[in-house]
Design a protein around this ligand. Sequence first.
Ligand code: PMP
Ligand code: GLN
Length: 389
Amino acid sequence: MSAPLPAPASRLPNVGTTIFSVMSALATEHGAVNLGQGFPDFDCDPALVDAVTQAMQAGHNQYPPMPGAPALRQAMAAKMQALYGLACNPDTEITITAGATQAILTAVLAVVHPGDEVIVLEPCYDSYVPNIELAGGVAVRVPLTPGTFRPDFDRIAAALSPRTRAIIVNSPHNPSGTVWTEADMLHLQELMAPTHVLLISDEVYEHMVFDGQVHQSVARFPALARRAFIVSSFGKTYHVTGWKVGTVVAPAPLTAEFRKVHQFNVFTVNTPMQHALATYMGNPAPYRELPAFYQRKRDLFREGLAGTRFRLLPGEGTYFQCVDISRLAVPERELPESDFCQWLTREIGVAAIPLSAFYGNGFDQRVVRFCFAKKDDTLREALTRLSRL
Ligand code: PMP
Ligand code: GLN
């Protein structure tokens, strides 16, 4: 082949491979127990797989309607009403997406104009800021309260400006496991009331809330829902992260703009999975049982770590557990979080994710994140290895 052209000027000059891919590759290379990237190591309900097969055999193999299979949008509308009391029209207010990642990018591209500001609360999921930059927007990073990761509404209020187009929130929160309370939501609602700022609410861990707490979906707050894109992901709820199917619920005018981008970005999402999910959603038991399912794993993991020098941070929701490493006996506790995670993977055989990866400036607070969406045996093996610390 003749000499290639020079590399094009990058649209995302500061972006490399995501920390999740990097740590998973390192875990594989070193045979480590992978508690880094967030995904279950157990299978989904076989009935869900059967439902996909049946959908294929029934001939659901061509393009569905652009906004998603009607049966799945209807099932989603029924769920939003039953769980959160939100009446939404499946024809004009619900769109099926290729997972939450595409949903968030599409929402950002649909509403953010060049020069608009979008507030993100750090630490935040790694796709948000590149999404904003691809739209030509400016990410305004507001820290969650150090130590507790609770929203700091004074700082959020101070970050609002006439150029603010949207704010992205995420509860239950990746990576910290914090869950916003009703008071938090009311505070946000009050803050946004005098503005036209839009809300992108990343609720992919909506069914992983523990200790009797309730998921305070934006859908429960009409004054927030009228300005919001509410993002969910079947991948998290049904143990099928590789399927990449999610939903966006938004008022009709927002959905109309969302679909203009969606139709030229993925156009449609795989048909048989949508039919299978619609059938499977007829039974609410799987998502109603999810909090107890993951709470037990959280407790198993936390009890195992209690005997180590890791200091456990609270874990109110999600399938992540954060720990402070500053009291470990090993000299490696002095390493930056990301080097520590590499060391832990190579030398102890357990992969984790550094919190610094969720900050634009690489803020290092001696905290790393483990994923406990694993078989009990996997968690026990990881705990045995970590008990050396
Ligand atoms: N938001 C958050 C907070 C996440 O943790 C994830 C999962 N990786 C996503 C969005 C993306 O979800 P999906 O796999 O459905 O694209
Ligand atoms: N959301 C998952 C996590 O936080 C990873 C998804 C991904 O690899 N992009 O671990």
